[in-house]
Write a protein that binds this ligand. Structure first.
Ligand code: NAD
Length: 285
């Protein structure tokens, strides 16, 4: 069994991005990410701090807008509009979830698709679905593809199963795998029998948010498993969706939690921001 080490692969990617950022600076461009947090959700605050810290690490400027939980939808739209027209801002990230009185879809659609470094704007989602290259890809699924390729795993022709069908992880993950030439099944909460799919799979991506959802008797020998889940146990520890101890006995590759998909998500966010800043140059180094 080989560990899909997101810490190591993410760190190598960050070093490469740091170099690209230095080149940008030589050309007078300061890559900049605007991060908007509405309200005081403790988990969101941690995510946002991790993202701004990661920017700092590789020299990307980040501006954090911490807005009151009572901020209106129109006030948020006005801020996004200002950032859309600000040429010094390369990426705009609105941390989800948003308070209930704000319509997430309207907000995500209001971000300039050229600054949509989360890859959630319908234009970028459409490009992904049409397999049009060059658009922004959502960070978690794109990070997983990068992780798998870093271990020379050939995706074309694999039988893949994605457990979870959210807009942020499951759906784009399945589309990216399809675009790579895998045969993909998508399972979700209403799937009658997960094992029916997982037992035959060469590759399983689990993104459900459910402790121990994937167990040893549900997978075949040699399977590749990527665990996206983040679950906080009563003892405060973080665990994924996979029974790691037992599934790892059968797997050829498996990602740990923490240290697997999480660091890749952050690295891809930085990668998308640098990509957007490089678009200002319209040249390749
Ligand atoms: P979500 O709640 O939006 O979607 C969960 C999906 O899983 C749904 O499609 C649901 O139908 C399916 N599901 C839930 N329980 C199931 C079950 N018992 N059997 C089969 N399918 C089931 O969540 P999300 O935003 O897609 O995130 C999924 C998990 O991944 C969460 O734990 C989240 O914290 C984690 N996550 C991690 C990262 C990272 O960077 N590591 C990024 C995003 C999300």
């Amino acid at each position: 069994m080989k560990l899909l080490d997101g810490k190591e692969v993410g760190s190598a990617l960050k070093t490469k991005l740091q170099e690209q950022n230095k080149e940008l600076k030589k050309n007078g461009i300061e890559a900049c990410l605007a991060v908007i947090l509405v309200g005081e959700d403790p988990a969101s605050e941690i995510y946002v701090n991790n993202k701004t810290k990661a920017c700092e690490e590789i020299g990307i400027k980040s501006i954090l807008y911490k807005l009151d939980k009572n901020t209106t939808q129109n006030e948020l739209l006005a801020l996004i509009n200002t950032l859309n027209y600000d040429d010094s801002v390369d990426g705009i990230l609105v941390q989800l979830p948003l308070p209930k009185h704000i319509n997430k879809d309207i907000i995500l659609q209001s971000i300039d698709s050229n600054k949509d470094i989360d890859g959630f704007h319908p234009f970028n989602v459409g490009c992904l679905n049409l397999n049009i290259q060059g658009a922004f890809l959502p960070c978690t699924p794109a990070g997983i593809i990068h992780l798998l390729k870093s271990y020379d795993i050939k995706l074309s022709g694999l039988d893949a199963v994605v457990i979870g069908a959210s807009n942020i992880v499951g759906r784009p993950m399945a589309t990216l795998l399809l675009n790579e030439g895998a045969s993909v099944s998508i399972c979700h909460i209403r799937t009658k029998d997960l094992s029916l799919y997982t037992k035959n799979a060469d590759l399983i991506i689990v993104a459900a948010g459910c402790v121990n959802l994937l167990k040893e008797d549900m997978v075949k020998e040699g399977v590749i498993v990527v665990d996206v889940g983040i679950n906080r146990l009563d003892n405060g520890k973080i665990t994924g969706d996979v029974d790691f101890e037992n599934v790892s006995k059968k797997a050829s590759f498996i990602s740990p939690v923490p240290g697997g998909v999480g660091p890749m998500t952050i690295a891809m966010l930085l990668s998308n921001t640098i990509k957007s800043a490089r678009n200002r140059l319209k040249t390749d180094f």
